[in-house]
Design a protein around this ligand. Structure first.
Ligand code: AMP
Length: 404
C-alpha cells in the first residue's frame, strides 16, 4: 500500500444536516490529588472540528477512550468530568450517554437535535473496542450517517472506533487530524532544506524507524537524551553507568560511518552532565564526553552541546524535535531540554515541528507551544508516522483521489 495519506477531510465534503459520529482523543490526564483535569489541551484541540460540525447543523456523537479499563466499567474512568469540561467550553446542548453502544444511546438518539452533542461513554469499557471487533464497530456506525476521525493520537491503533468503523460509513478526517497529516507529511516528504532532526528521550530503539525513514531527507541528526549514550559509546568513549542498548551500538556505529559518505551529518553531544546516582538531588558535574568516570551516568547534555545544537538549529529551515535532551523531570538535568525548546521557539521563519509525547508536554509546560509551527498531539502515532508506517486510522479514511 502506498503511504500517501491524501486524506479527504470534512472540509472537502458535504456534511450539512448530517448525523456524524466523531472519534476524538479525550484521554486527558487528571490531577491525582484533586481529581480535576490537569491538561485539557486534547479537549481544546477538538473544538475546531466540533464547531465546524455545529455550524453545518450536524447532530454530533462524540466518542473516545479514557485510560485503560481493559474491557470493564471503571468508575474513575467514566466520561463525566470530560462532559463537564466540554459543556463549559461549548455554547450548545451537550448530553452524556451511560454507554457507548447500547440502549441508553439508542434511547437518547431520537431526541438529539441539529447542533446538539451526545458524548458516548468510554469506548474501552467494551473489550471489543481494542479487539477491533466488526460487530461493535457496526453498532457504533449504525448511530450515524458519516464518520469523522479527529483522534490522531490513536490513529496507529487498529481499534473498532478507529479502524473497523470505516467499513460501515463514509469516513473523513477532522480538522485536527488533517492538520497533523499535512504537517507531518510535509516534514517527511518535502521539508525546506536544511532539515534538522533533533532526537532525544530514553531509548534509541524507539527512534530507529524515524532515523531510517528520514535519513534520505534530513541534512542533520542532532542526538541528545539517554539515547546519546549509545552513540557516544559507539564513537569509542566510556559512558560509565549510562544504560547502553548494546543491540543498537552497531546501528549507531553504522549510521555514523554512513554519514561520513552521504548527505546527512550526525551531531552528538560534546559535553554532558553526569552523576553517580539517578536521583533528584544527587551531586553532579559537567564533563567533556572523553572524561566520564566508570561510576557516573549521563543525565543531560552540557552547555557546550547546547551551543553546538543551537548553531545547527539557527542554520536550519525545517526542524523536527522528538525527545528531551536529559532527565528534564529533575530540575538540575532540565537545562539542555529547555535550551532546545527556547531556541526553537525563537526562530522567526523556520518550520518547527514538535513530535508529540513528552516533548509536546514540555513545550506546553514552558508555554512555548504557541511559537512553534506545529506541536503534534500524538505520542506513538507521531513516531509511527515519522517512521513511515501505515496508520490504520488514516489509511482507512476516504482518500481524495478515490471516493468509497
Ligand atoms: P521519550 O518518551 O522517548 O520522549 O523519553 C522521555 C524520557 O527520557 C524522559 O522521561 C526522560 O527522563 C528520559 N531521559 C532523557 N534523557 C535521559 C538520560 N540521559 N538518562 C535517562 N533517561 C533520560
Amino acid at each position: 500500500m502506498k503511504n500517501t495519506f491524501n486524506t479527504k477531510s470534512i472540509l472537502d465534503t458535504e456534511i450539512d444536516n448530517k448525523i456524524v459520529i466523531c472519534r476524538v482523543d479525550y484521554n486527558v490526564p487528571f490531577n491525582p490529588s484533586t481529581g480535576e483535569i490537569s491538561d485539557d489541551s486534547r479537549i481544546l484541540e477538538s473544538l475546531p472540528t466540533i464547531n465546524y460540525l455545529l455550524k453545518h447543523n450536524c447532530k454530533i456523537l462524540l466518542c473516545s477512550h479514557l485510560g485503560r479499563p481493559n474491557g470493564k466499567v471503571v468508575d474513575e474512568l467514566k466520561m463525566e468530568r470530560i462532559y463537564d469540561r466540554l459543556q463549559s467550553l461549548l455554547n450548545t446542548n451537550v448530553k452524556l450517554s451511560k454507554d457507548s453502544i447500547g440502549t441508553h444511546t439508542i434511547d437518547l438518539l431520537p431526541g438529539l437535535k441539529p447542533k446538539e452533542i451526545l458524548l458516548l461513554e468510554n469506548l474501552r469499557f467494551h473489550k471489543e473496542e481494542e479487539s477491533n471487533d466488526l460487530n461493535f464497530a457496526k453498532q457504533l456506525a449504525a448511530f450515524a450517517e458519516l464518520y469523522v476521525n479527529d483522534a490522531f493520537g490513536v490513529s496507529h491503533r487498529s481499534h473498532a472506533s478507529v479502524d473497523a468503523i470505516t467499513n460501515f460509513l463514509p469516513s473523513y478526517s477532522g480538522i485536527l487530524m488533517q492538520k497533523e497529516i499535512e504537517m507531518l507529511n510535509q516534514v517527511t516528504n518535502s521539508p525546506n532544506l536544511p532539515f534538522t532532526v533533533i532526537l532525544g528521550g530514553a531509548k534509541v530503539s524507539d527512534k530507529i524507524s524515524v532515523i531510517d525513514n528520514l535519513k534520505q531527507k534530513a541534512n542533520s541528526f542532532v542526538i541528545g537524551g539517554g539515547m546519546a549514550a549509545t552513540f557516544i559509546h559507539a564513537s569509542g568513549y566510556k559512558t560509565g553507568q549510562s544504560p547502553i542498548e548494546t543491540e543498537y551500538t552497531k546501528f549507531a556505529e553504522n549510521l555514523m560511518l554512513e554519514s561520513q559518505n552521504t548527505n546527512f551529518e550526525m551531531i552528538i553531544p560534546k559535553d554532558v552532565i553526569v552523576s553517580e546516582k539517578f536521583s533528584i538531588d544527587s551531586p553532579y558535574r559537567t564533563t567533556s564526553i572523553d572524561n566520564i568516570d566508570d561510576n557516573e551516568m549521563i543525565l543531560d547534555i552540557g552547555p557546550q552541546s547546547s551551543i553546538l545544537f543551537s548553531e545547527k538549529i539557527n542554520q536550519s529551515k525545517t526542524l523536527l524535535w522528538n525527545g528531551p535532551m536529559g532527565v528534564f523531570e529533575f530540575q538540575q538535568y532540565s537545562s539542555g531540554t529547555k535550551n532546545i525548546a527556547e531556541k526553537l521557539s525563537q526562530l522567526k521563519t523556520a518550520t518547527t515541528i514538535v513530535g508529540g509525547g513528552s516533548t509536546a508536554e514540555i513545550t506546553r509546560a514552558l508555554n512555548l507551544h504557541q511559537n512553534m509551527t506545529h506541536v503534534s498531539t500524538g505520542g506513538g502515532a507521531t513516531l509511527e508516522f515519522l517512521g513511515g508506517k501505515i496508520l490504520p486510522g488514516i489509511s482507512k479514511l476516504n482518500q481524495k483521489d478515490k471516493e468509497t
